[in-house]
Design a binder for this molecule. Structure first.
Ligand SMILES: [Fe+2]
Ligand SMILES: [Fe+2]
Length: 209
């Protein structure tokens, strides 16, 4: 990845060390690198595509989106119950999906991050949802395509971003993430809603041209 991205990432490591240190209680070094890379790439996307968004929000959402991604499944379920998080049928079947909601609550309760955009972004980062806010959209795209991601679709998504812009890259990543998830799970109703919502947005834009 280019020097602009590396510079952004170094600044985040410097300025947000408190939050990165916090991750060390919960995550492996490799996962922490993914979180920092997601955070840095989110800022890169916003700056490159001139998206008006509060950078502090996308940075924190990026750093904290996977706090409990490496916990044992039973610990994630236990915390979800403790936090009174609503567990739907799909999440009951695939409790790993609860790592977003539980991470969102941990950020709020343990780090006092009360911002609703950050909460929503972290909560929905795995599936997306209809009407997802801008911070959540940027996190979704960045989490899927940050430069440390090894699967080929990540590089492909970054190419779409450079050549066709933010919305097309988001749409592409939502579809590809959905297809990848089908190898492991039944379709998530939220992913489908997210894709359909993006499709409607895209069609509205096409008709407006
Ligand atoms: Fe995640
Ligand atoms: Fe992630």
């Amino acid at each position: 990845m280019n020097m602009v991205f590396t510079k952004i990432k170094n600044e985040i490591v410097d300025k947000y060390s408190y939050y990165i240190e916090y991750l060390k209680d919960y995550l492996s070094d490799e996962k922490i690198k993914h979180c920092v890379s997601t955070s840095g790439y989110a800022v890169y996307i916003a700056r490159k595509k001139l998206i008006k968004v509060d950078e502090n929000k996308i940075i924190l959402a990026g750093i904290l989106h996977d706090i409990c991604r490496e916990w044992k499944i039973e610990d994630i379920i236990k915390k979800a119950k403790e936090f009174n998080i609503k567990i739907d049928e799909h999440e009951k079947k695939y409790p790993v999906l609860l790592h977003g909601p539980v991470s969102a609550h941990l950020a709020m309760k343990e780090l006092n991050i009360g911002d609703s955009d950050i909460y929503e972004a972290i909560y929905w980062h795995t599936t997306g949802k209809a009407n997802l806010g801008l911070v959540g959209q940027i996190l979704f795209l960045s989490d899927f395509s940050e430069p440390l991601r090894k699967y080929p679709k990540a590089a492909e998504t970054r190419k779409v971003l450079e050549e066709q812009g933010f919305f097309n890259a988001l749409f592409y990543s939502a579809n590809e993430r959905y297809l990848l998830s089908l190898k492991k799970r039944d379709p998530s109703p939220y992913s489908l809603e997210f894709i359909n919502w993006l499709k409607t947005k895209r069609d509205l834009c096409i008709h407006a041209e």
